[in-house]
Design a protein around this ligand. Structure first.
Ligand SMILES: Nc1c(NC[C@H](O)[C@H](O)[C@H](O)CO)[nH]c(=O)[nH]c1=O
Ligand SMILES: CC(=O)[C@@H](O)COP(=O)(O)O
Length: 163
């Protein structure tokens, strides 16, 4: 379902597991900081609203979305007690194909890190044509992808803990 047909922040609290006891990392890209800051606020608030304590959330920043992969890898290798990592970024199309290479690299890279560590690594990266689309998805009319990323992390951490 396309984002235009749903609200990224629309979820039922009855279907979201409690995060009490879980530990999460959050990696935030500094590029487009006004957008990624809103994504981070959404993710942080959503984790805490579902019982994750402040001291169970380890937040770090990286320069750009391309570095999210190494950021997630560093967190999971140096902090193995983490139950998952939420990765937040905003890649906005420019004049060149640089956009394509970053988006493809981050999507594949984060997938590989999650598989390597058998831990949920959440792709909370906006990949938009323009600033307006990014604003709409970071606390605007389409909700906040940071909220969605946190909910996904909670659900995946519960799944992992149940196996
Ligand atoms: N143009 C955007 C970038 N570019 C920077 C890269 O992510 C990376 O930091 C650089 O290529 C050095 O490795 N990053 C974003 O997150 N968003 C953009 O729109
Ligand atoms: C996604 C990017 O790296 C992009 O914003 C850079 O802009 P440009 O393609 O015009 O160099």
């Amino acid at each position: 379902m396309a984002t235009q047909l749903k609200n990224l922040s629309d979820f039922s609290h009855t279907t979201v597991p409690t995060g009490t006891g879980f530990k999460f990392g959050i990696v935030v890209a500094e590029w487009n900081a006004a957008i990624t800051g809103s994504l981070y606020e959404g993710a942080l608030n959503t984790l805490k609203a579902h019982g994750v304590s402040d001291d169970h959330i380890l937040s770090v920043t990286v320069p750009g979305s391309f570095e999210l992969t190494v950021g997630a890898e560093l967190l999971l290798s140096k902090q193995p007690e983490l139950d998952g990592v939420i990765c937040l970024g905003c890649v906005i199309q420019g004049e060149t194909r640089h956009f394509d290479f970053i988006c493809d690299a981050v999507a594949q890279g984060l997938t590989n890190v999650g598989i390597k560590h058998s831990k949920p690594v959440i792709f909370g990266v906006l990949t938009t044509d323009n600033q307006e689309q990014a604003l709409d998805r970071s606390g605007g009319k389409h909700g906040n992808k940071g909220d969605e990323a946190a909910i996904t992390a909670l659900k995946m951490a519960e799944l992992a803990a149940s196996l």
